[in-house]
Design a protein around this ligand. Structure first.
Ligand code: PLP
Length: 392
């Protein structure tokens, strides 16, 4: 059976060009970059190149790039650094629709005594900017707002927000750009953003590597302590081969972004249009005019997302649902709840997320299979029967 992989916001395949550059680092260039001998020096070179490549994609300076183990670590490091560097400020601002990497840490910090403002969103998933700006004060240590939402693809105006919240007194602005990097043009040289998180496995590098951009001059405190790696900013022997891979992936993203964004968006739009036309009681979530080109969050009313996923999997189709299985009960995702998506639709929400690997054939497969799947499930759904009876 052919795999149709449409879950690229969860993770991406490592690109062949990336793998090619990674393998010699595991096999031959295996020295510890901190070692004084020639094997250490040999390993240091590709690390420097990777830093230059990541910086280039962000319009940053190489010294502003800190390598981490993942997007989650980058997010935690940024928040922790801001709070440590500004000990008198006890207020954090974030949004209700962040990834758990930010949300859970902020909830933890709230329990530890920090005051946290969770900014709400509207039906389209757009931020309530009035509420955001009204919350900022001289007490605000950090405002952390994602660049693009992982579930709906909705893009937030983080550059404009960074400028505004800093003018209102916030000490630091951080953005979780894990889903944005490689899909949106980013130029940190011309930005008020102080810190930015990214993750390798979302842009065709392996899992287990990420980076944090830290603007020159930003007060910083390390999250991991121990050795002197990363100029004392992040202890722990570098994940050398994966960092090299991340560098190559960033270079590839820079080369292909414009062309691939156009191609992938056309595929996504064809998928969306085809599904909306053939499946009644379905709608797309998010800000349709301001979304990542690869993401489609679509709700099919009166069916269960998990059942859709299982049935699509029978056809080789991989996607994800808008529900999270928490403590045995299937709760619609916090993002859909924050947007006020009705319960009957939130449960039947599927996220398709595309990448450079997807083709027209992938879209054809989904368009052939999914209308039948939804129809079958609706025939078994008491909610569908009820809704149809009410309509009649
Ligand atoms: N932030 C966002 C927006 C994400 O989508 C993800 C992963 O899905 C993360 C953070 C976490 O990244 P990682 O898996 O590298 O820890």
């Amino acid at each position: 059976m052919r795999t149709v992989y449409l879950d690229n916001n969860a993770t991406t395949r490592v690109a062949d060009e990336v793998l090619e550059e990674m393998i010699p680092c595991l096999r031959d260039v295996f020295g510890n970059p901190s070692s004084m001998h020639h094997k250490g020096a040999e390993a240091g070179e590709p690390l420097n190149l990777a830093r230059r490549r990541v910086a280039a994609l962000l319009g940053a300076q190489p010294e502003e790039i800190l390598f981490t183990s993942c997007g989650t670590e980058s997010d935690s490091t940024a928040i922790n650094a801001a709070l440590t560097a500004h000990p008198d400020r006890k207020h954090i601002i974030t949004t209700m629709v962040e990834h758990p990497a930010v949300l859970s840490y902020c909830e933890y910090l709230e329990k530890k005594g920090y005051r946290v403002t969770f900014v709400p969103v509207d039906k389209k998933g757009c931020l309530d900017l009035k509420a955001l700006y009204a919350a900022v004060s001289e007490e605000t240590a950090i405002v952390s707002i994602m660049w693009a939402n992982n579930e709906t693809g909705t893009i937030f105006p983080v550059e404009e927000i960074a400028k505004k919240v800093k003018s209102l007194g916030a000490a630091v602005f951080h953005t979780d750009a894990v889903q944005a990097v490689g899909k949106i043009d980013i130029d940190m040289a011309d930005s008020a953003i102080d810190m930015l998180s990214l993750s390798g496995h979302k842009l065709h590098a392996p899992k287990g590597v990420g980076a944090l951009y830290i603007r020159k001059g930003t007060k910083f405190a390390p999250f991991l302590m121990g050795g002197h790696q990363e100029k004392g900013r992040r202890a722990g022997t570098e994940n050398h081969s994966s960092i090299v891979a991340l560098g190559r992936a960033c270079e590839l993203a820079a080369e292909k972004m414009e062309e691939e964004n156009t191609r992938v968006k056309a595929l996504r739009d064809r998928l969306e249009k085809g599904l909306l036309e053939t499946i009644p009681n379905s709608f797309v979530n998010g800000d349709l005019d301001n979304r990542l080109p690869n993401t489609c969050s679509i709700s099919f009313e009166y069916v269960e997302g998990e059942a859709i996923l299982l049935m699509m999997n029978e056809f080789g189709i991989c996607a994800s649902s808008g529900s999270a299985c928490t403590s045995g009960s299937l709760e619609p995702s916090h993002v859909l709840r924050a947007m006020g998506v009705p319960f009957t639709a939130a449960h039947g929400t599927i996220r398709f997320s595309l990448s450079i690997d997807n083709t027209d054939e992938d879209i054809d497969t989904v368009l052939e299979c999914l209308p039948g799947i939804i129809n079958t499930l609706r025939q078994m759904s008491p909610f569908w029967a009820e809704a149809m009876a009410a309509k009649a």
